[in-house]
Each structure stands twice: as C-alpha cells, then as structure tokens.
Design a protein around this ligand. Structure first.
Ligand code: NAD
Length: 283
C-alpha cells in the first residue's frame, strides 16, 4: 500500500508560513511538519516565531524548522528573511500567506444605522482611515509582497504552490468590519487572478476561507467580559449548521490537501471551512 505521505508528495519540501506565530498559522505550520515538510516560520513578532519554531523542532526533529522576523508589509525585511532561510534549506517550494487580521479602529459598534434608536453607537462615519488602511494593507498587501519575494523561486523551478487565507466575510460581508471584509474579498479575487497568471508555470494558487474560530483577533466580538456569547456570537452559532465554532485542527487537512499532489489539477479555488455557514440561508 502507498503511504499517505507519498501520495501527498510534500515530504522534504519547504514551506514559508507568514503570521506563523499566530493561532491559526502555528497550527498549520505544525500540520506541514506532520507530513514531513520543512517549515520556515515568519512573524512580525520575532519572539513568537522563534518560540513556535522551537516547539516544532523538538516535536519533529526529522525536518528543518526555523523562526524568523519578517514584516509582510516591508519587502526588504522579507528579502532579508529569505536570505537567512536559504542558508538553512536549498529551496523554497510553498508559501502560506497567513499574516492578517482586523482592528477595532476599523470596526463599527452598530451593525446598521437605525435613526433615533442606536445613535450613540459608532458607525461607518466614525471609522478611522488609518485603521482602514492598516487592515487593508495587512491582509491584501501582506499577501502580495511575500508572494513577490518568495514566489519567483517557485516559478523558476516550475513547481510548488501558494495558499492564501481568506475568510467567510469574503463571500458576503459581515456587519461591523467593512475593511476586513473588503480586504479578504480582495484575497479571493487575487487568488483567482494569480492562479490564472501562474497556471502554465506548474505553480498552483489556492485559498482557504475559515469560518468562525475563536482567536485573539475576534474574541472581543464573540464573548463579553464574563465569557458569555455576545449577541453576535450567538448569531454566528445560529448561522452555523454544525452549531459550534471550528477547532483550529480542522483547518489543517484542507490546507495540506491544497498544497499537496492530491490537488494537482486544482488552482484558483477558495475552500470554505465553516461548518456549513456559507451554505446556509438562515431559513
Ligand atoms: P493571530 O492574530 O493569532 O495571528 C496573526 C499573526 O500575524 C500574529 O502572530 C501576528 O504577529 C502576525 N502579524 C501581524 N502583522 C504582521 C506583519 N505585518 N508581518 C508579519 N506578521 C504579522 O490571527 P489568526 O486568527 O491566527 O489569523 C490567521 C489568519 O487567518 C489571518 O489572515 C486571519 O485574517 C485569518 N482568519 C482568521 C479567522 C478566525 O476565526 N480567527 C477566520 C478567518 C480568517
């Protein structure tokens, strides 16, 4: 019988993962080690990248794992990380563009403006443009730049792949977070665009769209100070046919699949991992 790792074809290949100090991408990085890949963890929080790398090194001594500082919004910092990466491995095969997030500065308190009823809540007109810029840049430009810096190597060797991280709100925007919704929507568009642009090079480009997972970036929207579901948290649960938040582990299988030989003829797709949220009309 052929082993799963042979079918996946990822053993001994190297992935660069941005935002790898974070909750989702540190787990995806671990999943890549589990299938025999070398993983280079990049984060603006250098200590977290190094700390996560140390955990993985201990758990997976058979692969090469290193953590580095890199700001996905600064080409020079990515280039300097690349130079350091190539002193540990001979080539970069895959990119996981994981750095991203939302900001309270680009989040309204009101879901909708209801004149005379919720005038005290902040709305569209109170959003701070620098918050908008930050969220848009981090998610969109923060996917473009690492792809430019690391992607050329993939094209030159004519193999490998790119995995972008979109979100549920890319398909239909969620209330309160217009910058994040628009930025993630741009990831879907860019994933399709780049997939076509690279289609004849041997390099595939896909994305996952996680549904609702509790992490640092969204905790303040889902739970009150006592840890109870906010009204919004309850709405999410009601809108998710499986009736629960996702477990971070549940993002790993689809991520591995999209990088692996199992999806050889798949490019330009965005796969929801959402317990049915995007399939459900609410009725
Ligand atoms: P997280 O905040 O735990 O991790 C994000 C990581 O990115 C952090 O370690 C942070 O230091 C790093 N980062 C921030 N700015 C950076 C920069 N300029 N350069 C390099 N690194 C930077 O968030 P997470 O929930 O693990 O999110 C990971 C990805 O998944 C993000 O793209 C997020 O938008 C997306 N996502 C999350 C959810 C969810 O439910 N948490 C849902 C859909 C999509």
């Amino acid at each position: 019988m052929i082993s799963t790792n042979v079918l996946l074809g990822l053993e001994g290949k190297t992935a660069v993962v941005t935002g790898a100090g974070g909750i989702i991408c540190s787990r995806i990085a671990e999943g890549l080690c589990e299938v025999g890949m070398n993983v280079m963890l990049l984060d603006i929080d250098e200590a977290r990248a190094i700390e996560q790398a140390a955990i993985l090194k201990e758990k997976f001594p058979e692969v090469i794992v290193e953590g580095f500082f890199a700001n996905v919004l600064d080409k020079r910092s990515l280039e300097s990380a690349k130079k350091r990466i190539l002193s540990f491995v001979s080539a970069i095969d895959f990119i996981v563009n994981g750095a991203g997030g939302n900001s309270p500065k680009a989040t309204t308190q009101a879901e909708e403006i209801i004149p005379g009823v919720n005038d005290e809540l902040t709305n569209f007109f109170d959003l701070e443009m620098d918050g908008f810029d930050h969220v848009f840049n981090l998610n969109f430009k923060g996917t473009i730049l690492p792809t430019m810096v690391f992607g050329k190597d993939l094209i030159e060797r004519g193999e490998g792949g790119i995995l972008n991280i979109s979100s549920m709100n890319a398909f239909r925007p969620l209330t309160k977070i217009p910058a994040y919704s628009a930025a993630k929507s741009s990831i879907n568009n860019f994933t399709q665009w780049l997939a076509v642009h690279f289609a004849k090079t041997g390099v595939r480009v896909n994305a996952i769209a996680p549904g609702f997972f509790v992490t640092t970036q969204n905790k303040f929207l889902l739970f009150d100070e006592k840890g109870n579901n906010t009204e919004r948290g309850q709405k999410i649960i009601n809108g998710t046919p499986m009736g629960r938040y996702g477990e971070i582990d549940e993002l790993v299988g689809t991520s591995v699949y999209l990088l692996s030989d199992m999806s050889k003829f798949v490019t330009g797709v965005v796969i929801p991992i959402d317990g049915g949220f995007s399939a459900y009309s609410g009725v």
